[in-house]
Design a protein around this ligand. Structure first.
Ligand SMILES: NC(=O)c1ccc[n+]([C@@H]2O[C@H](COP(=O)([O-])OP(=O)(O)OC[C@H]3O[C@@H](n4cnc5c(N)ncnc54)[C@H](OP(=O)(O)O)[C@@H]3O)[C@@H](O)[C@H]2O)c1
Length: 367
């Protein structure tokens, strides 16, 4: 699954060194007080290798912030990181989790951007968010408003950002244009549906068939989905009926790979783009020769972590993206993905549910 992502990571060495630095820092022996964290000392099955344990908190430096984590989701990339199959891996032992929201408890003498009580999210991946408290550098954090729902803040920095970038950066989509995506019930997929709806972009949403397909369809439609179809329908002639009402998509968003990606490609407009951002089926992407020659479709990849690093020095763009997402949240146009809150002490249940197929519910650890 991560082969495609690995090829995107041009700065692997740099990234690993960065994450390793953070991991070492987090388990520093410079005692301040203790935190509790989900730690793994070796890679493997998350159910086996993750353990809840006490960690020493380092003393608060002048440019540092003490944070109480409030909530942190379990995303597929977090699982892959613990398994040791992700493109970037922290030095071990490490704390699991890459995103989440925390509240500032205390700031160092030179900190100017945050005050106690502020809500903050990590700017980058690899900080280890599955813990109760942690100390981070001021520049590793972004403030988010504390009047948005906790679950929205906890799941803001990865999936909605990925959705908005993919809808903006590859094709110049106009109201009335259409987008097709698979794994449409994923966290990213739900954000794509809602953000596209705010722009008047039509969405064709592909999901795996399941006994409660109708309920899932109604849920995705309540978010703004125009069409919800199964993987099987994607290959059927009835697809033509959809294109009597809306144009063929200019953009396909591929989270799955394998047959699903191949079939989406067949429906793209001439010159359209398929962006691969996940590989849930663990199958390579196969492009029909006819789509390449006669339709000149473009195949691209996207990795949010890389985008953030590429825009590290353009704070404006990142802040602008976060604030426009928060504005959609405030207007009720962007909800958190369907989720279940689980106390961190019950992490095994959360992990088990996060790794189950057809669960359609993001597991969010609450601290
Ligand atoms: N490149 C990036 O920057 C970026 C950013 C965010 C996320 N991602 C990736 O995007 C993917 C989704 O992340 P998420 O947080 O949105 O996930 P999520 O909410 O946990 O949803 C997982 C999705 O994958 C589907 N799925 C699982 N196994 C599948 C299989 N074998 N075949 C087809 N579909 C399958 C699930 O469908 P069912 O309900 O049918 O099980 C569900 O729609 C992950 O691979 C993640 O790492 C990439």
């Amino acid at each position: 699954m991560w082969h495609a992502v690995k090829t995107l990571n041009a700065h692997n060495g740099y990234v690993c060194a960065l994450i390793a630095k953070v991991a070492r820092y987090s388990v520093s022996a410079a005692l301040r007080k203790e935190s509790v964290a989900l730690v793994y000392k070796s890679h493997g099955d998350p159910m086996q290798v993750l353990k809840l344990q006490k960690l020493n908190l380092p003393a608060l430096g002048d440019s540092e912030v003490l944070i109480k984590m409030l909530a942190a989701p379990i995303n597929p990339a977090d699982i892959n990181m613990v398994q040791g199959t992700y493109a970037v891996l922290p030095e071990l032992p490490a704390v699991g989790g890459n995103e989440g929201v925390g509240q500032v408890l205390e700031v160092g003498g030179h900190v100017t951007s945050f005050r106690p009580g502020d809500w903050v999210i990590p700017r980058d991946a690899g900080l280890g968010t599955w813990r109760k408290e942690l100390v981070l550098k001021e520049h590793a954090l972004l403030r988010v408003p504390s009047d948005i729902p906790l679950a929205c803040a906890a799941t803001l920095s990865v999936n909605p950002c990925t959705a908005i970038r993919m809808l903006s950066d590859f094709e110049n989509l106009q109201p009335g244009n259409s987008v097709i995506q698979n794994a449409a019930n994923s966290g990213v997929g739900q954000a794509v549906i809602q953000i596209a709806a705010t722009k008047g972009i039509k969405t064709i949403n592909v999901v795996r068939n399941r006994p409660n397909f109708q309920t899932l369809t109604e849920y995705l439609q309540s978010l703004g989905a125009d069409y919800v179809i199964t993987e099987e329908s994607l290959r059927k002639p009835e697809m033509k009926d959809i294109f009597k009402n809306i144009p063929h998509p200019r953009l396909a968003l591929n989270c799955v790979g394998g047959k699903s990606a191949t079939e989406m490609l067949r429906h793209l407009q001439h010159g359209g783009t398929m962006v691969t951002y996940g590989g849930m089926a663990k199958q390579p992407v196969t492009a029909p020769v006819s789509s390449l020659i006669f339709k000149n479709v473009k195949l691209c990849g996207f990795w949010m972590t890389q985008w953030k690093r590429d825009h590290e020095h353009e704070m404006g763009e990142l802040n602008e993206m976060i604030s426009s997402l928060c504005s959609l949240i405030r207007q009720g146009k962007l909800k958190a993905p369907a989720y279940t809150e689980v106390p961190i002490t019950d992490y095994k249940t959360a992990l088990e549910n996060a790794m189950k197929p057809f669960s359609s519910s993001k597991q969010i650890l609450v601290m």
